[in-house]
Design a protein. Sequence first.
Length: 322
Amino acid sequence: MLLTASITGSILGPVPAAGASTTSEAQPFGRFGAPLDVDHYNSAAMQLAANRASMRPAVASALEVIARYPSANWYGSNTPEFVQTLVHNRVEDAAKDGAIAQLVVFNLPHRGCEGAAEPGPTTAAGYKVWFRGFLRGLGTRRAIVIVEPDALALASCLSARLRTERYGLIRWAVNRLERQGSWAYIDIGHSKWLTLDQAAARLQKSGIADAAGFSLNESNFRPDGELLKYGRAISRRVGGRHFVIDSSRNGVAPKAADTAFCNPPHKGLGHAPTGRTGIAGLDAFLWIKNPGGSDGTCNGGPDAGHWYERYALMLVRNAHLT
């Protein structure tokens, strides 16, 4: 499906250049001691493999832009045994490339809000059983792990008891990831969600003192400059912990009143993923949200997480891959 003029116009113009840091071999090392790994089975790559013969060349070229960059793999709602296998395969593939995989754990009980019907464990004990499967999958391989997107930002909708449980589970997971040798970044939403004091307090209750740092802007669209200011201010409140930014879709700065989050129009790929930012306190620009994955059944999108080609093409057309 081609982009409509109401979103971005034709995609037939030139595809943005990928630049010098598009493959795992060319990625700078930064804090992690190895480049960020490119998952050769990411969503865009799989779409190309399945449909290239029927694609217009311009569409294929656009998807290649997404496919050749590092992006995160998400894990949740699987059995402990299956998540162990998935994680093991992913980190072993990254090791063969001499690179670091970027993983997301997304499976807390009451993941959205209390009473919401969602997949995954329903108890703290069930979560720990599942998470131990994730850890077994890592084995001795180190990875960048984003811990439970939105969980802290959404904690206000839980009862006091479940908030306390959530903080404790994140603290427990972070402690084990760091002991295993990986870099755990606790997600804390974005710069238009929690106040600085709220963000710092929730991070402190969730074990930020033991974590590599915190993550910002997962699946959102806030601009880098705003996020840097917000992240530095949080960092000062939590002992100087570093942070990472999800730049997968923030290449076009939103207008002041624009806080839409579900497949909004006029968005683009942001800063290319890299582990060497040149910015004090910022460990990486990452593509935590997989570009081209739908936010949900809104603005013409399929179910959340499913491939949304029209949106992927828009992101490439509006890319700002600095």
